[in-house]
Ligand binder design. Structure first.
Ligand code: 5RP
Length: 292
């Protein structure tokens, strides 16, 4: 490990320079991966736009049944036409999702927290690679808690999943958690996203923040943005637009879709931003037209 004396703050992100190792495979940082990894990534990221609309419904792994997800069997199938990837637990997917759904699967494999815990940062690998293969997972999602008490064990979980994923050609989605004491600043997210990418994750999920374009530039693999707590639809669409326009490779929204009064229309509106170049204003107009 390099010594930490004389650490210089990174500042030269060369935002205007595209990622260098981008051809011939279109997913950032995946050029040197094998066929199977690339096939899974192409199931996640649209070859034309290079982006993805993930629908996150894995909240139950630590929140139990949350508002808007009371009936997984009704909520998720209804949204299928508007999304590219299902992000859920094996329990939710196996019990409630038709196997012929033709959607990519982002399988939540880390667990161990619950809303009853004060500290959510101590998790385990709950799903082994064999069951991820059985579930036909296109990526396996592991929570990482940089800066929290559970940092080391979460990096160990991530590394074990990356090692197993490389053995069986399944990409890893490193989920950057933000503990209640952590600040949602670009300084934190630059540190956390880069650590998770350097560990070998193939996709990073994090939150949007100021200077997001610098976080994207410094991260050698695609970043998808989590929606976070429910916002008014107009604000959620602006969050989506800002994320995409600053370089995100997609959105992985949950509450801003399933807690919307018009969840399917909301998912379609996000899709317009992700895949069709809509601005937030255009997507908001599309949303309003869709519900009236
Ligand atoms: C929950 C998660 C969710 O996948 C992630 O936070 C996205 O959901 P939302 O948009 O509701 O935040 O990791 O543990």
């Amino acid at each position: 490990m390099a010594d930490t004396d004389g650490l210089k703050v990174a500042k030269n992100y060369q935002i205007e320079v595209p990622f260098a190792n981008q051809t011939p495979f279109y997913v950032k940082g995946a050029n040197n991966l094998d066929w199977g990894m690339k096939k899974h990534l192409s199931n996640i990221f649209d070859p034309k736009s290079g982006r993805t609309v993930m629908f996150a419904f894995d909240h139950g792994y630590f929140m139990g049944s949350t508002a808007g997800l009371e009936r997984l069997d009704l909520v998720v199938p209804k949204l299928m036409p508007a999304i590219d990837v299902l992000m859920g637990t094996r329990g939710a997917i196996r019990s409630c999702i038709p196997a012929d759904c033709k959607k990519a699967i982002a399988l939540r494999v880390s667990s161990g927290s619950s809303m009853l815990n004060e500290d959510l940062s101590h998790e385990i690998i709950a799903v082994d690679i064999e069951d991820s293969i059985r579930m036909n997972a296109d990526c396996i999602a592991v929570q990482t808690f940089i800066g929290a008490d559970g940092q080391l064990s979460s990096i160990d979980n991530l590394s074990q999943c990356i090692n197993a994923g490389l053995r069986y050609s399944i990409p890893v989605l490193g989920v950057v958690a933000v503990g209640k004491d952590m600040e949602r600043t670009d300084r934190f997210f630059k540190l956390a996203t880069r650590i998770v990418a350097e560990m070998g994750a193939n996709i990073i999920k994090t939150y949007y923040c100021e200077n997001f374009e610098e976080i994207v530039a410094a991260c050698p693999v695609p970043i998808v943005v989590a929606g976070g707590k429910k916002l008014p639809e107009r604000e959620a669409l602006t969050l989506a637009y800002n994320s995409i326009s600053k370089g995100a490779s997609g959105l992985d929204m949950g509450r801003n879709i399933f807690q919307s009064e018009h969840s399917l229309e909301m998912a379609y509106s996000i899709r317009k931003i992700v895949h069709e170049g809509f601005t937030d204003k255009e997507a908001w107009e599309f949303y309003q037209d869709s519900i009236n």
